[in-house]
Design a protein around this ligand. Sequence first.
Ligand code: NAI
Length: 377
Amino acid sequence: MVGGGQGAYIGNIHRLAARLDGQWQLVAGAFDVDPERGRAFALSQGLDPARSYGTWQEMIAAEAARPDRMEAVAICTPNFTHYPIAKALIEAGFDVICEKPLTATLADAVALEQLARDSGRFVGVTYTYSGYPMVHEARVRVAAGEIGAVRTVQVEYPLEWMATAIEQQGNAQAVWRTDPVKNGRGGSIGDIGTHAYHLAGFVSGLTLDSLTADLATFVSGRALDDNAHVMLRYQGGARGLLWSSQVAIGHSNGVRLRVFGGTGSLQWYQEQPNELILTPLEGRVQVVKRGAPDLSEDAQARTRTPPGHPEGYLEAFANLYAGFAEAIRARAEGREPDAIGRNLPTAWDGLKGVAFVEAVVDSAEAADQPWLRPVAV
Ligand code: NAI
């Protein structure tokens, strides 16, 4: 692992998720931007002192020379570091599990996706919400035509944690997220809008054609957007609306997706992740529950406990880790992956996410936003 040291957020979630199915072992790490703190943290995790590295450069050089070298590396660092770290890993022959957004710039994302393709290395991107079994169930049902042709997709990711200028009080996560160089051009849209964008495309099966965006920065002194409204036009004519916000007081991780087709609709809400709401045209609302025996293979492959024993965020994250392990094994064995190793977020999805953020910021910064019209009364 790179990043995810003392006081960091997502690295610990990766470690917990990777452990859940016993398919991964943490063998080496460069956990912190501060080499001493990183080494101390590695030791606190029970790592071999010889594999408790101060920097990721040191780790790659040393591990590449070991007969029992690490196989894949999880990158859990701020966005601007993803590209150099992933590039060096791929060039040294390692598989990569990279946090979103894939990179801080579009040029880096294009280069990284190309490198991943040319090298044959596996690059998984942790779009967490595509780990949930009921999100897979929704995807399968939309693809099977259960709600008819998709007309509109409504997706939102509201958060409240940056409703005040916590970056000015030294909040470690907010400090780099509000720095355009370290974070990239998209504030809320890059941080959580990318999740929403991926989720909407994953479930609907639609490919985005174009968009128009309205970005706002409500907290004064902040350089990047903390609220984004984006209108989406998908290929084939379907429409979408995406809202991401870091200032939505009252919401913690209220990811919600609604997909409306010609004969029905589907709704999934991450705070009730074990349920999918399916409403056919005649209006009889159905609650499709995780664990039911008639769910798709894709959902069942990502289910561990019987219905009624809730599964959530950690299990969804673990599904990504189990999927990445299966994809890597299948490649080594020259076979197709099992259900859990299919439909995984990869470098291509990561690149699409960064391209989406670029288009959103370009749209919002365009001087001649053609859709903006004064209202007469
Ligand atoms: P954080 O600020 O909590 O942690 C970053 C960690 O990286 C720290 O331990 C820091 O010391 C370390 N680090 C920084 N530069 C380093 C370097 N050169 N070498 C080694 N370590 C270095 O950040 P957070 O919130 O954990 O975010 C990290 C990444 O994860 C970001 O790309 C973010 O977008 C993504 N993320 C994804 C989530 C998801 O749902 N999939 C949720 C939260 C974050």
